[in-house]
Design a protein around this ligand. Structure first.
Ligand code: ACO
Length: 371
């Protein structure tokens, strides 16, 4: 038995949800480029869960359900108020999602019908939780979700208390579409491993949030913004990035395990970053990002991934940088739950083997004789 480090190239599941073939990403066979231009995030979530785009009445039904489920139990909000100042936003989200199970009477119901309902509940509640977390730590009261408005609109509204501009809603909707699913990425794999033991959907999503938090995965979008803040100006890009490359440090937001010729999502986020810069009359973040890309791609051949331009986009939408990864979770929960449903529809315990590389033939040594 020989292990493959990081399971690179290992096909670990069959799935009909999303595919990456020759660098093209599809959801249920539809090219992400088409969905990014034309679809609402709610249509995409429905597509991921049910394998087809919704009819108008199915979409209306989903919007109504999202509105019905979006409020979070008061006990959960009370819990958020008790978290220590400066709590990590992803640690808080992971804790809240775990606790949501305690207030859902059907949390342990493993029927498909109940699990589909819980997928919609989680999708509805995550934006409310993230916005409430952001407001409570600023000493403000959480804002109740609106009914009948898209998630992109509701999230920005709950975060700021103001009606968001149409252009901001459109941009955020596109970002949510682009992040919704991505085949067997680390967090989705974690979700599938968890529910394959026949554990519940809340456990699966809690595992996934834990996996997404790391800077090699979803945490990279926040790390990109930390880097942009540290660089501070277009003039400082070259010395900063050159020093990083000379030290052989990783530049966050570049590289990908699967895409070697570029992440198909990145171009949409780059275009969005440019448009938001033009609208805001401030191109600094976009110009810095382009210069970083020129240097990293030029010298290392590495292309930007989904996280790179999302950092400047989210900042220009007024979203605090430590909410970038929770925002990723708000989108990806659609994909996680679709994968959980798929895993449970034809389940088998996921239990690989390890290549043992430790010592052999050892014996128990009494404690007095140990050196
Ligand atoms: N900056 C500089 N060098 C890099 C980078 C980077 N961002 N990414 C990879 N490399 C280099 C590595 O140092 C390594 O070089 P070496 O062979 O000389 O040691 C080589 O490219 C291969 O890199 P690995 O880390 O082995 O590639 P792997 O497939 O394991 O990792 C990953 C992929 C984690 C995305 C990696 O490219 C990385 O760490 N990128 C930065 C973090 C990031 O942006 N993560 C988000 C990914 S997208 C997502 O999850 C949503």
């Amino acid at each position: 038995m020989t292990a493959t480090k990081g399971l690179e190239g290992i096909v670990a599941a069959s799935s009909s949800i999303s595919s990456i073939i020759d660098g093209v990403l599809t959801y249920r066979g539809i090219d992400i480029d088409e969905l990014a231009e034309k679809a609402t995030f709610e249509e995409v979530a429905y597509l991921l869960w049910h394998g087809k785009l919704p009819t108008q009445s199915e979409l209306d039904g989903l919007l109504a359900q999202l509105g019905e489920y979006a409020a979070v139990p008061e006990q959960v909000i009370a819990g958020l108020r008790l978290y220590p100042a400066g709590s990590n936003s992803m640690a808080a989200l992971r804790t809240v999602v775990s606790s949501l199970a305690l207030y859902d009477e059907e949390a342990q119901d493993m029927s498909r019908e109940a699990n589909v309902r819980k997928a919609v509940k989680l999708q509805a509640q995550l934006p409310t939780v993230v916005a409430a977390f952001a407001r409570i730590r600023q000493g403000k009261e959480p804002i109740a979700p609106k009914k009948g408005v898209p998630i992109a609109h509701n999230f920005l509204y709950m975060l700021t208390g103001e009606e968001p501009a149409a252009v901001a809603v459109e941009a955020l909707n596109k970002a949510l579409v682009l992040h919704a699913d991505h085949e067997l990425n680390a967090s989705t794999f974690a979700a599938r491993v968890t529910v394959a033991t026949l554990s519940d959907i809340y456990s699966g999503v809690t595992s996934a949030i834990g996996a997404l938090k790391g800077p090699l995965h979803g945490g990279a979008n926040e790390a990109v913004m930390v880097m942009l803040d540290e660089i501070g100006s277009v003039a400082n890009v070259e010395p900063y990035i050159q020093a990083k490359l000379d030290r052989k440090d990783k530049v966050m937001g570049f590289g990908h395990r699967v895409y070697k010729n570029g992440d198909p999502r990145a171009k949409h986020l780059q275009a969005m970053s440019r448009q938001l810069g033009e609208l805001n009359g401030d191109m600094k973040l976009y110009d810095m990002s382009v210069k970083i890309e020129d240097l990293v791609t030029g010298q290392k051949g590495l292309k930007p991934n989904v996280d790179f331009y999302s950092a400047s986009c989210y900042t220009m939408l007024g979203i605090p940088r430590d909410l970038f990864t929770p925002l990723f979770a708000i989108s990806r929960v659609s994909g996680w739950t679709a994968h959980i449903l798929e895993q449970l529809a034809d389940n088998r315990l996921i239990r690989p083997r390890a290549e043992y590389v430790g010592p052999v033939g050892q014996h128990y040594v009494p404690i007095a004789q140990r050196g």
